[in-house]
Design a protein around this ligand. Structure first.
Ligand code: MSP
Length: 512
């Protein structure tokens, strides 16, 4: 069996319509999942919905429907979005599924058996919006540090002995410096833990929309303990007959999360797993947040960005490219129409789109519509383009393993720029009159560059790259990364169709 790569998105709260923030997290994972598949891994890519807790229960009440019918409906919206945006998740988990109850209850029982959960009572602040408990010292002007309103909660509660894991967590960060990325986020997590950890309330007794605590029906599990467990549920944990899958998939290679939910993934989750003697995920990456034309995105401001609307306006691949190229992955970013058009018309239509159209048109017109054959030898100028191209994959692997998608794209676009300079320097239109053989070799070199570029951009722009590869005449089974490099050249010798542009220019409508 090939090597497993298991990656996850957060599971989304179903109190809301999916927006660009949700699409962003899933998109980053989708690009990474596609990359790993093309690179020969046996990938499992998981997403889903987080359906319990007070916030969801309240949204259902506000709508006057029972929480189960409410979650069925909204969860379906998220599932539909994965299809509309062409995400390639291998599973979609809902925390209201039986398989998930089984996993949560098994984990709970293990924590009880190991003496890390005890019954007590909670009196303190709770923010329903964050589904999080906050210490008195964190509350300012009646608000949580996230800005969420808090309420005072007093109820019997089970506690997890988080305080016992401070040193173990610090040691884990120390020994596994890649466990949390980017580095600045690891530092935040480390200083939070170093500041001291209090035991964590892990059950609620004042409402019932959750996974029942085994042996005590008066409590449901704290929604974050329930939610985090989804990553193991989908890997077979606690499932009858799930042992082989669990052994193959767990621990996860990557949990991708937004910066707002890092603490849950980099502190609580590893502590739960340590307490249960289970392996920890290998890495947690916290990405930044998008603003809309400089403003924080919020329902109350009415500036929520609908990813489907963006994809319909600019194109799905264009949106994917923009989101992954515009902002160094990990930083916050601003979504503006001007920036979107700039990328779309600059990098895509001008740089890569024109290159592809020019090269294929010259082949179509000047080589009688037949793709030139791979030359027996290459001139220095050709090698100046081919050598860095042949060596791109190693760097791409490094960038994808570091979740630096913008760097990966930047490296590819360096080649695209080099290819554009090469066309101008070689002037194949002039060679047409002086040296037809050389013209064919130059056009082949460019077509070979387009082939490898198109193979490498498949994770980010699956449709446009397929279009390019179809026009070049590259067979569908010759598009994996094993076909990159000098050993698998574009053979040529086949007829091509009249080329059509791959990336349209965006022209703003009057008055838009
Ligand atoms: N249900 C929890 C996660 C549980 S995981 C075990 C949750 N859900 S959420 O729906 O509120 O958020 C999901 C993700 O969307 C988070 O990673 C969050 O960072 C991301 N985003 C929400 N708004 C965002 C932006 N404006 N920009 C980028 N990502 C944002 O938290």
């Amino acid at each position: 069996m090939s090597k497993s790569y298991y990656l996850t998105t957060p599971i989304y709260y179903v109190n809301d319509k999916p927006h660009i923030g949700h699409a962003y997290t899933t998109l980053a994972c989708d690009a990474l999942a596609r990359f790993k598949r093309l690179d020969g891994y046996d990938v499992m890519f998981l997403t889903g919905t987080d359906e319990h807790g007070q916030k969801v229960q309240k949204s259902a009440e506000d709508k006057g429907i029972d929480p189960k019918s409410f979650t069925d409906e909204v969860s379906q919206n998220f599932r539909d979005l994965t299809k509309t945006l062409g995400f390639t998740n291998d599973d979609f988990i809902r925390t209201t599924e039986d398989r998930h109850y089984a996993a949560c209850q098994k984990l709970w029982q293990t924590l009880i058996d190991n003496g890390d959960i005890y019954l007590g009572s909670y009196a303190g602040w709770y923010a329903v919006r964050d589904e999080a408990f906050y210490a008195e010292s964190e509350i300012k002007d009646g608000k949580a540090p996230s800005g969420a309103p808090v309420e005072w909660v007093e109820e019997p509660s089970y506690f997890f002995r988080l305080s016992a894991y401070q040193d173990k967590l610090l040691a884990h960060y120390e020994n596994n410096p890649d466990f949390v990325a980017p580095k600045s986020r690891l530092n935040e997590v480390r200083s939070f833990v170093a500041g001291g950890l209090m035991d964590l309330s892990v059950s609620r007794a004042s409402f019932s929309w959750g996974v029942p605590v085994p042996g005590d029906d008066a409590h449901v599990m704290y929604v974050w303990l329930d939610a985090l467990t989804n990553y193991m549920t989908a890997a077979g944990y606690g499932q009858e007959g799930g042992e082989d899958q669990y052994a193959h998939r767990w621990p996860a290679d990557l949990h991708m999360v937004g910066k707002d939910i890092l603490r849950f993934h980099a502190v609580y989750w590893p502590a739960f797993l340590m307490a249960a003697n289970l392996p920890l995920p290998k890495r947690v990456f916290a990405h930044g947040w998008w603003t809309n034309e400089g403003q924080k995105i919020s329902k109350s401001l009415g500036n929520v960005i609908d990813p489907v609307e963006v994809a319909n306006t600019y194109g799905l691949d264009q949106m994917r490219y923009f989101l992954l190229r515009e902002v160094p992955f990990g930083n916050d970013g601003d979504f503006s129409r001007t920036a979107m058009m700039h990328r779309m018309n600059g990098d895509l239509a001008n740089d890569l789109g024109n290159l592809s159209q020019r090269v294929l048109s010259m082949i179509f017109k000047n080589c009688e519509g037949v793709m030139p054959k791979c030359p027996a030898a290459h001139e220095d100028a050709d090698l100046g383009l081919l050598n860095p191209l042949d060596n791109l994959l190693e760097g791409q692997r490094k960038h994808y393993d570091n979740q630096q998608f913008h760097e990966a794209l930047k490296d590819i676009w360096d080649i695209v720029s080099a290819a554009n300079r090469y066309v101008d320097d070689m002037a194949p239109w002039a060679l047409r009159k002086t040296d037809l053989d050389r013209m064919a070799d130059v056009l082949w070199t460019l077509a070979e560059t387009l082939r490898q570029v198109a193979i490498l951009i498949q994770p980010v722009m699956p449709e446009a790259s397929a279009n390019m590869l179809n026009q070049l005449g590259v067979a569908e089974d010759a598009r994996g990364f094993e076909h990159l490099g000098a050993d698998h050249r574009l053979e040529g010798g086949w007829a091509i169709e009249k080329p059509t542009p791959v990336f349209p220019r965006y022209v703003e409508e009057e008055g838009a």
